[in-house]
Ligand binder design. Structure first.
Ligand code: MCA
Length: 443
């Protein structure tokens, strides 16, 4: 499914769950190169897209069955329903059956299809409804995209399981969102949404009306954002932590203390531990590798049994790849990521993907792609490029080539030519040093 956010897209997702089909949402920002990989790997039996993309999809997945769904809700998907009965036998699925396929790149190699089951989605929605106190009286202001776990499973799962209502915004824009908060009770967003709301001079306690809960996730919420939001509105943002492979793992409490800089204790039904290199559990307060286990954890990577095997410990814990510690009250503190993954505006970007493309461009000897602090996006992508001796790559041509190949959110916000990259004695680029050097680019 690749179409602009609309209620019809949500209905299609729900219809897939009821029909026992596997739903695979795709970011509308992906380029043809990126789409080709997903279509080739997922091998869908039906593609639903905007009518302007039919030729593109046919070229990428020859012979696949195609239906269209346009931004306004029209298209053959809807037309073909004329004359269909609205009586429909729900296909019974077990907890372990596949419900959705979402992709994540990981620090090396190609994106991996993450197999999420009906049991994953249901158990997590149940845990979140309980943890966040959702009831039929709630109204969620929904401004997230619906091709990720956050906007699709977390947000709509809470609403549908509790019988709450939603106010549906096609995308996040601070002004219209702020103007409608007073008619809602819950808001979910990535940290960028909160900094942009705070950027409105008149955003205050009154703007929030009777809102009862603001939830943040997908990227670290800065303590200063938490503090400023509380000072301006009286609300403490509730920060939670999850990833595509696991849906949500932890959450600051609805009623207890919400601690900035932490993502709270594990959700009901989630086992969580911090281990060292050898897999030995570490004491509270010590930083190590975060592992989780529970009904929320995915079934494995699509067609990649070896990668699935590597991702789990012998006793069934999933290695999140995140570095964390657990404080004396059982709250988890995410200390960083084991790889060099960048989170920009709540979206994950894997440097390796960009470096591979840039390194293959004429005049480029090598490159390193890093994330540096950015006031709006949290982190911004920066490419540091070393030229070959005989040829100087034109930064403009690097940028233009990336436009063809990469979704906009992944493209560097800044590209720098440098003499050489700092390396350690093993020859590995010291990205920490590069990040420090360029940390002031946007601040
Ligand atoms: C858009 N652009 C970005 C981003 N988004 N650049 C870097 N990072 C981004 N996140 C670029 C576009 O390519 C374009 O570039 C320019 O910014 C303007 O695009 P536009 O669409 O107008 O941007 P925007 O409306 O300001 O969008 C920024 C945003 C959006 C509102 C922060 O990215 C967003 O809604 N992010 C939320 C993502 C999310 O749902 N994450 C959850 C996934 P150019 O001008 O060069 O063309 S993570 C998840 O689900 C896990 C499991 C979890 O725990 O939640």
């Amino acid at each position: 499914m690749r179409a602009e956010k609309s209620p019809q897209v949500l209905f299609l997702y729900l219809a897939c769950l009821r029909a026992g089909l596997v739903y695979h949402p795709l970011n509308t920002a992906y380029t043809a190169r990126e789409l080709a990989f997903f279509l080739g790997d997922a091998t869908p039996s039906l593609v639903v897209c905007d009518e302007t993309e039919v030729d593109l999809m046919q070229g990428l997945a020859p012979g696949v069955r195609l239906l269209t769904l346009n931004a306004g809700g029209s298209g053959t998907l809807v037309q073909d329903l004329d004359g269909c009965s609205d009586k429909f036998a729900v296909c019974q699925r077990a907890a372990g059956d596949l419900a959705a396929l979402l992709y994540s790149s990981g620090t090396t190699g190609l994106p991996k299809g993450i197999m999420l089951t009906h049991g994953n989605l249901l158990s997590n929605a149940r845990a979140l409804v309980e943890a966040w106190g959702f009831t039929a009286g709630d109204c969620l202001l929904h401004a997230l995209p619906i091709y990720h776990v956050h906007g699709l499973f977390v947000a709509t799962g809470c609403v549908m399981l509790s019988g709450a209502r939603m106010r549906w915004h096609k995308r996040f824009n601070a002004r219209p969102v702020a103007d409608q908060l007073a008619q809602c009770s819950v808001f979910m967003g990535v940290p960028t949404y909160y900094t942009r709301l705070l950027g409105l001079a008149d955003f205050d306690r009154q703007t929030c009306g009777d809102m009862r809960l603001f939830i943040s996730g997908s990227a670290p919420l800065l303590a200063e954002t938490f503090d400023e939001f509380e000072a301006r509105t009286g609300h403490c943002i509730l920060e939670r932590y999850g990833m595509t492979e696991t849906n949500m793992n932890t959450s600051n409490p609805l009623l207890g203390q919400r601690k900035p800089g932490t993502v709270g204790p594990p959700l009901p039904g989630v086992d969580l531990r911090v281990v060292d290199d050898a897999g030995e559990q570490l004491a509270r307060g010590v930083t190590g590798f975060l592992q989780v286990r529970g009904a929320n954890v995915f079934a494995g990577y699509w067609n990649l049994p070896d990668k699935t095997f590597e991702a789990f410990s012998d006793d069934g814990y999933f290695n999140t790849g995140d570095l964390a510690s657990i404080d004396a009250d059982g709250y988890v503190i995410i200390a960083g990521r084991a790889g060099d993954m960048i989170i920009s505006g709540g979206l994950n970007i894997y440097p390796r993907e960009l470096e591979t493309l840039i390194d293959n461009m004429p005049g480029v000897l090598e490159s390193a792609v890093i994330g540096v602090p950015h006031p709006d996006l949290g982190e911004a992508v920066v490419a540091v490029v070393v030229a070959t001796q005989d040829q100087q790559p034109m930064l403009e041509s690097i940028r233009a080539a990336l436009v063809e190949q990469l979704a906009g959110f992944k493209r560097p916000k800044h590209t720098i030519l440098t003499e050489s990259l700092p390396r350690n004695f093993m020859g590995k680029v010291i990205t920490k040093q590069l990040r420090a050097k360029y940390s002031g680019l946007f601040t």
